[in-house]
Ligand binder design. Sequence first.
Ligand SMILES: [Mn+2]
Length: 365
Amino acid sequence: MKDCNDEMIADLGQRLLTALNGSSRLVILTHNNPDPDAFASACGLAAVIGLLDPECRVQIAYGGIVGRSENRTMMRFLPYKAVPFGRIRGRDGVVYALVDTQPNAGNNVLPKDKIPAIVIDHHPRKRTTRTLLHETPFVDIRTGYGSCTTIVTEYMQCLKVPISSSLATALVYGIISETQHLGRDASLQDRKVYNELVPLVNMRRLSQIEFSRRPREHFIHTRAAVDNAFYYRQIIGSRLGPIKNPDVVAEVADFLLLHERMSWSIVTAFYKGKLIISLRAAGHRARAGNVVRELLERNGGTAGGHNQVAGGQLDCQGMSVKEIAKLDLSLIIDFIRQVTGVENVKMIKPLVSDKLKDPWVDNGE
Ligand SMILES: [Mn+2]
């Protein structure tokens, strides 16, 4: 249990209540295309607010879609319902909390004219988020934490919020999916919280979530990703071209990094007018977040991440398909150059195909 003295508890509860400022409605927003860490953090915060101010109506909402099978299964079993933001009606008088994201980070649907009441996150602050964070009454950003869920769980422990089995299951899945069972970007705090939650978990349910059954599309995506997979020295990657499910990008990046000889994976795809990029690194000190920021910010994109997990996006509005395809390939080459130091990157080799397909010419859909 996190060491909490009475003063700290009173202070944390009071600070959260002060941030809410007596509002009767709170919408907890996750980042777009929410992942388990985002859902679990949102549920944990909902439980905290539920105890601090039972009068306050709390809703959980997100932008984008939930595409990954594990995340869809998880969502079915969450102790609180999470809905697309468009379904939140009557937004007057609503205050907002952001979890696993920050105002103006480019990956959430917080209305442009709103300053959130609460921000809880474990991603580094960005230039774009600083001003709004300054005006946010409650900000807790701990970049040393492997998961945002861990921060919120510590609140529950401090404030003695009861943790049901379904909540514990969500929290543990949030932590283990974000950190690959505490092996990736995890801290001592993540591990401590995990150990305390595990006895409460419904293991059968957790297993159902982690090994969720998949639709046929999953196998189609996997096939396309492998067909398009390339490598250059210790870098593996795949360009997916236009896709319908943005979660596939991160999923494929994780999958490709399973290759025993590779230390980096990069996956790109095009979704809703944006080129999205996912990076994974095998090394604990890879600084993938910095690498992707350097890669994308010089092209006007937004990016962020941790040591081993990172991602970002580039707006392609007004560009032709040909230009986007060219940008897509040049990002890959830039990345390879950045990581290997090779100035003149000549050829990326297909991993299993005879010849690499151009996902922009023929993406099989
Ligand atoms: Mn997270």
